[in-house]
Design a protein around this ligand. Sequence first.
Ligand code: ADP
Length: 593
Amino acid sequence: MSIWEVFKRLRPFVDPYRSLIIFALLLTLVGALTAQVNPIVLRYTVDTIEKMQLKGWGVSQGASLLALISGILFAKEIINSLIVFGQRFYGEKIRIAISGDLANTAVSRILTYDLGFYSSNLNEKGKLQTRIDRGVEYLTRLVQNFFIDILPLFANSIVALVVMFSANLYVGLVALSILPVYFWVSYKQAGKLSGVRRILKGQREDKSNGMINLIESIQVIKSFVREKYEADKQFNVQRALMDSQLKTRRTNFLFDGIKSFLEQIGVVLIIILTAFLVLDQQMSIGAIMFHILLFNNVSAPIRQLHRIYDEMNDALTYSESFFAVLDAGGAVEKSGNYKPAGIEGDYLLKHVSFTYPNGNKALHDVSMSIRKNQTTALVGLSGAGKSTLINLLTRFYLPDSGMLLLDGKPIVDFDLPYLRENLGMVFQKNHIFKGSIEENIRYGKMDATMEQIQQAARKAYLHDQVMALPLQYRSDAQLLSGGQQQRIAIARLFLKNPPIIFLDEPTASLDAIATEQIKNSLDAIKEGRTVVIISHSLSQIIDSDQIYVMENGRVAEYGTHQSLYELNGVYRRIFEASARSLNLDKMLESLRK
Ligand code: ADP
């Protein structure tokens, strides 16, 4: 992306603040003009004092001059302070506003994207966050640089050059001829530093991440006696960081030195030329100070050039991946507009195949029917495609080919928000938001009354436990045990009350007691609904009305527990392995005693 493209993309974000920007630009212009007051006043002062001296005047005659120039400089300083304040404040205001708009746009945009977008390698949660945060940070810095640094400095520089040229063509030419050399040196400096700052940033992050990892894994480190190994690893990170820091400093000192040197050469050339013109009677002696101060105004922005250049490069790098996030239009979830009066929950799949965006072919030619008000279990080894199937049934993904009907209608035709309102899901680990138990249950129905929330918690066998907590429903939900969090997810579902429910290993991460309790909650919620359950728990599988056995993305077997057991195939193998892993014989022995 070129800088112009970036500005073009930024335009819609900048446009709403157009009047503010014009105001900031006006301030910039006034600021550039007032910056030239000092040289002019100084020239006037020197020339007037010189004339006074020639006339043999003393302090008493010069008092009015001193009063005049003090007044002018004082007034100029006040105006200048106001202008600088205005420039900074309004520049910052523009920056903050644009930064907010960019971030909001990114957030509302990614919320419309499908799961394929999120499962892409580029968008793993840390990376996506970095892409958005850095993008916003550097783009707004670009805007800020432009309005607070570049424009005022260059306006100042250009006005000073114009004044120099109008004072004398040759003086103007000398000042102008130094500029390309300066530019070149700054360009070289930026080139040397390019990337180093980014590397530095990465190294700083590595260092702090390293520390966090160290603390998190302290028990493992100690148990394997790897203290020295870890210390060495940290030391290497630290050393790399120190090397980069030193390299940056060295480059900066070197180039800053070269630039000071060049600037001094410019000053000397200006002094010599002006002295010559003064001696040649073409100018008054005040012109020497006048030109030196003007030259200072000309060269000031260039001292910052390498930094601005470098930051612009960063902005280019990060804005590219930021705008790519906004541009992932293909990832926007497509919704149909079919909204029946109610959803029954009859699914029919015919020859459905599916490939993940990364090319993983997860389902092959799957045909099945899921009947309303029945419980259908999906059984199979890990990676067989069970969760993928649920992802299709819940329309998080669309099949590559084949037919996927819900109540006889293609699932793509449904209005998406309406469809999702009618689906409920409980996973192995459910997301508990930061906040109270009440807020977390309320997620199922935002306008639920406290009464309804408690009712839902009761049905999920959670109410009594919540009431035993000191803060009851106001307790922090994230501090609850796994089993209790699972029940929050189930309570949410009771509140949402959807006709179709998907359970993806809902008890896999729970202990035996919690599993038994959750089973009660689940049995309660299954009533009168279409339920699809993935489970390794035999009791839940045996209870279901029909079972599909998946193997390598295909339906391998289908039937009830009894018929599949008699079939003596994949199901029986899995079933017997589960039973053996439970050590059923010994258990039965104990239970019989
Ligand atoms: P199961 O639920 O039966 O354990 P999954 O449906 O999770 O199996 O996985 C089926 C296959 O799809 C596996 O090979 C898995 O690696 C792959 N897979 C699952 N999720 C994704 C994803 N988001 N992107 C790419 N491949 C995936």
